[in-house]
Design a protein around this ligand. Structure first.
Ligand code: UDX
Length: 438
């Protein structure tokens, strides 16, 4: 079986490599020649645990190829996945220009029946637009070829993307004809050895499933952040409350960790996009509007605590910031709360010494420039710093040497944005601890 994956970003590259890993012939296509050349030489455009190994192995064994030539790649492919970016436009809606450009190009080169499946997160109704665009491209060249459109949203989490792809909870596929369903079933068979994990449905429902899933998860986080903020005010402990409610299987213990707000490439963008879609249909998604509002508020909470401790004017103060990426195990800085927190600290006159195990290059290059000092390691960030702010809960920050930190920091104060430290323990060591909802 041969397939093409268009777009070598997160979703495209992980999917392509994982399909190759189970024996499928995969061509990954991108317009970016540098990226394609890099991949051929084993240079990964993103950091994702386990990815480099499977990309290199499958490339070496000839199951995975990289190309900039879409027309050539799709020849003989039974499926073409569209996994290109859908950046938010100015009004918050997903910009489909890249998705539709791919559909058009496929139409220009199609020579046999093929399933064209969108993997990018796209608004409800995109399947139809892909179909129309492709059909028009075929008509333009006077070709009358059958093809199918499908929606196959991706649920992988950054930092665990390969594992999520190889062992999915579920595979959602929207199709509207039996032939396409059979092909998709065959393609995904290797990933569901432990039972039937594919849920077939109509195309709009598959498109909607992706938004509903991300919106639900974002809701859980904002809900818990809201409750945590109240816990602080009434003298309750959000850690206890989380454990108390999480044991109810109807609620579940995942995604109810209060923190500095959600970030990343999906939740902020998808919540905005679905609110926008609803508006286009004359409906207001009130819960999700509040989810967004709480998340914006939550990014300010850490700095509010700093102000509470040091006062509004932070000039002359230096803060060590541990963790820049929007979550651990990734170098992704998109919508990372750390950016907002650092910008606020700087605006109040403070200086920042930042450290992140992998995201510093990305942060410097695209977000923070030289407005902060990038430290060599976690301890180096604390040299001459007044206090420590933990923003992203990387493993290596979990059990630091408090003895060393006590000597490095001017004040023994920790602002713990992820509640990973034990307040009582730190108190015993003479540290003051600020958490979220505790
Ligand atoms: C998410 C979805 O999990 C995935 O299924 C979807 O396909 C893409 O979006 P991802 O963006 O990689 O994946 O990150 P995720 O691990 O879900 O975390 C999102 C954000 O929520 C992070 O900023 C994280 O720190 C935050 N979060 C998560 C919390 O603040 N509290 C929690 O309890 C869980």
């Amino acid at each position: 079986m041969k397939i093409t994956v268009v777009g070598t970003g997160y979703v495209g590259l992980v999917s392509g490599a994982c399909f190759a890993e189970v024996g499928i012939q995969v061509v990954c296509v991108d317009v970016d020649q540098k990226k394609i050349d890099g991949l051929k030489n084993g240079i990964m455009p993103i950091y994702e645990p386990g990815l480099e190994e499977i990309v290199k192995r499958n490339y070496a064994q000839g199951r995975l190829a990289f190309s900039t030539n879409l027309g050539e790649a799709i020849q003989g492919s039974e499926v073409a996945f569209i996994a290109v970016g859908t950046p938010p436009g100015e009004d918050g809606s997903a910009d489909l220009k890249y998705v539709l450009a791919v559909a058009d190009e496929i139409g220009q080169h199609l020579s046999d029946y093929m399933v064209v499946a969108t993997k990018s997160t796209v608004p409800v109704g995109t399947g139809e637009k892909v179909r129309n665009t492709l059909q028009q491209a075929l008509e333009k060249r006077g070709a009358d070829l059958p093809f199918a459109v499908a929606s196959n949203p991706e649920f992988l989490k950054e930092g665990a993307a390969v594992e999520d792809f190889m062992k999915p909870d579920r595979i959602v596929i929207g199709v509207d004809e039996a032939r396409a369903e059979e092909i998709m079933k065959r393609l995904y068979k290797p990933f569901q050895l432990n039972g039937d994990r594919i849920i077939f449905m109509d195309i709009p429902s598959a498109e909607m499933t992706k938004y509903a899933a991300n919106a639900m998860l974002a809701t859980k986080i904002s809900f818990m952040n809201d409750i945590a903020n109240l816990c602080e005010r009434v003298g309750a402990n959000a850690k206890m409350v989380r454990r108390g409610i999480g044991t109810d299987p109807r609620i579940g213990n995942k995604f109810i960790y209060p923190g500095v707000g959600y970030g990343g490439s999906c939740f902020p963008k998808d919540v905005k996009a679905i609110i926008r879609t609803a508006r286009q249909f004359g409906y207001e998604l009130k819960v999700l509007q509040a989810v967004e509002e709480v998340n914006e508020f939550q990014k300010q909470v850490m700095v509010e605590k700093v102000k509470q401790h040091y006062g509004k004017d932070l000039s002359g103060k230096t803060f060590a910031v541990w963790g820049l990426a929007f979550k651990p195990n990734t170098d992704d800085m998109r919508e990372a709360p750390a950016t907002v927190i650092i910008e606020q600290l700087l605006a109040l006159g403070a200086q920042v010494r930042a450290y992140d195990p992998v995201a510093m290059k990305e942060a410097q290059h695209l977000y923070l420039g030289d407005t902060v000092t990038y430290a060599k390691d976690a301890y180096d960030a604390c040299v001459d710093a007044d206090a420590l702010l933990l923003v992203t809960e990387w493993h290596e920050f979990r059990i630091p040497s408090w003895e060393v930190l006590g000597k490095l920091l001017k004040d023994k104060v920790v602002f713990d944005g992820r509640n990973i430290y034990d307040r009582e323990y730190l108190k015993g060591l003479g540290f003051e601890h600020y958490g979220i909802g505790v």
